[in-house]
Design a protein around this ligand. Structure first.
Ligand code: AMP
Ligand code: ZN
Length: 488
């Protein structure tokens, strides 16, 4: 059924046909979170986008090894090897061990990923669990002549490297551009050149996370972990490497350099980058102060939020935009997504109730083809959803009796929705796992409302109805005195 899959490769700045290095197998590495605080919705966008990509590759029948790391060491506050260690700083603030910080936010991250119905990666390696591999890689790079040691720290020699290999291709920058974006070395700097970056950092006595190494006690630089872990689990060259666009210029540029300097091979065939989630046009980030975490989003407990939104409505919101376009957060957009999501899911509830006929009035085969074409065009979920809504229109029309469908076409449509809505887009019926709890809670609330009404406390009874309305639950008082409720 499927045509060729095309993926936009940041390296070539064009869509390329996806041909895996080993037939039927895909190796995919995605830079995971730095677990020193709660992930914000922007981080989630990147991980949900790669979940979609993972799901579609699985749907196409590839055997995918999906590696997404946990950065639990080595990430300093500044991207240029400066500032405090993010974990140590938080540990001091909360008066706990750095690994307690790591544990707390790793668990939080997993809970959030679960709420968004993302599939767990095949391997989730940690930086602290791969110190030996990182040291071995650094030794290799030194041996090959692309790194040097100063006072117990090891730096990558970019100026030497740049003479033999291209550097900065991901952002299409040449040496002058790169140098223009760096500061002058201040004389105190141990680095030989302004573009050099740390592979291993000598630990000051107060530094909490520290390991022995051939160069003394220290800790790894941020970029080396991804090179070491990706090559360990996926090989020196693998198919897909992903992350947010903000990682292109430094982190991924340096990953390429490290792997080339170690193995003399370009590590990745297809580099994929997701665009940013913004709030009023400004990239969501911890430092900009415009980040809310998913729990705040689900409960509505944040000044930027008019109300809470369910994880599935948020996932739908993300899927409505292609992963390479910016996505601007707004209450209006999320409210519209909530409606769209519910419309999509309600149409699927009609499948069992549809009566089939001898003929079909709409072209189901073309609809199916359009869904695959959209996804094969660099995972275009925006176009996929537009096609699925054409499917929704057909389902509703057949249900209303204004169109007809054959048994075979209905089966195609049911499978199409199962494949694309549930398996690929990763949407699922809201509260599917806790229906009994929500039903129980609603019965409780409505019985309290019946009690206050019986006592003629209409103000409280109206307040309950209005508050539920704000949660998009409508309460209807029936003629027989009973009360029913439904999601709007
Ligand atoms: P970090 O925990 O900061 O290392 O980031 C984890 C991932 O989230 C990286 O791939 C980042 O590129 C990505 N990311 C950070 N901010 C945003 C944002 N506003 N929108 C989309 N992705 C983001
Ligand atoms: Zn990385």
């Amino acid at each position: 059924m499927t045509n060729k899959l095309f993926i936009y490769n940041t390296l070539s700045r064009q869509k390329e046909e996806f041909i895996p290095l080993h037939e039927n197998f895909v190796g995919m590495y995605v830079c995971g979170p730095t677990v020193y605080s709660d992930v914000h919705l922007g981080n989630c966008r990147t991980f949900i986008s790669f979940d979609l990509i993972y799901r579609y590759l699985l749907h196409l029948g590839f055997k995918v090894r999906y590696v997404r790391n946990i950065t639990d060491a080595g990430h300093l506050e500044g991207d240029r090897d400066e500032g405090d260690d993010k974990f140590a700083k938080k540990a001091k603030l909360e008066q706990v061990e750095p690994m307690e910080i790591v544990q707390k936010y790793t668990l939080g991250f997993h809970n959030v990923m679960g709420a968004f119905n993302t599939l767990p990666p095949s391997i989730e390696p940690t930086a602290t669990g791969h110190i030996i591999e990182q040291q071995e890689m650094i030794q290799h790079i030194i041996k090959n002549g692309y790194a040097y040691e100063v006072n117990g720290s090891v730096y990558f020699d970019v100026e030497k490297y740049i003479k033999e290999y291209p550097y900065g291709q991901l952002t299409n920058r040449n040496l002058e551009d790169l140098l223009a974006n760096t500061r002058e070395l201040d004389g105190q700097d141990e680095k030989h050149g302004p573009l050099d970056f740390a592979l291993w950092i000598n630990a000051k006595p107060e530094h909490l996370m520290r390991w022995s190494s051939p160069w003394g006690v220290g800790f790894p630089g941020w970029h080396i972990e991804c090179s070491a872990m990706s090559s360990k689990y996926l090989g020196d060259t693998f198919d897909i490497h992903g992350g947010g666009m903000d990682l292109q210029a430094t982190h991924h540029t340096n990953e390429i350099a490290q792997s080339q300097a170690c193995n003399h091979k370009s590590p990745v065939k297809y580099w994929m980058h997701t665009n940013m989630l913004t709030v009023n046009g400004v990239r969501m980030s911890k430092s900009a102060g415009n980040g809310f975490d998913p729990d705040e989003l689900f409960t509505g407990n944040h000044p930027l939020l008019d109300k809470g939104y369910s994880p599935m409505a948020v996932r739908f919101f993300m899927m409505q935009t292609h992963y390479r376009s910016t996505l601007d957060f707004s209450n209006e957009a999320l409210t519209a997504s909530e409606k769209g999501y519910r419309k999509l899911m309600s149409s699927m509830e009609l499948f069992d109730k549809i009566k089939t006929s001898a003929t079909t009035t709409s072209d189901i085969a073309t609809l199916k083809k359009n869904c695959y074409d959209a996804m094969n065009d660099d995972f275009n979920t925006a176009v996929l959803l537009a096609n699925l809504f054409e499917g929704v229109r057909i389902i509703n029309s057949v249900y209303a009796g204004t169109e007809t469908i054959t048994e075979q076409d209905l089966e195609t449509l049911v499978n199409l929705f199962q494949d694309f809505v549930i398996d690929v887009l990763g949407l699922q019926p809201e509260g599917s796992s806790d229906n009994s709890i929500s039903d129980g809670l609603m019965n409780l609330i409505l019985s309290i409302r019946a009690d206050v009404k019986a006592k003629k406390d209409f103000a409280t009874s109206d307040k309950i109805r209005d508050s539920l309305k704000q949660l998009n639950i409508s309460v209807k008082d029936e003629k027989d005195g009973k009360t029913s409720w439904s999601f709007e």
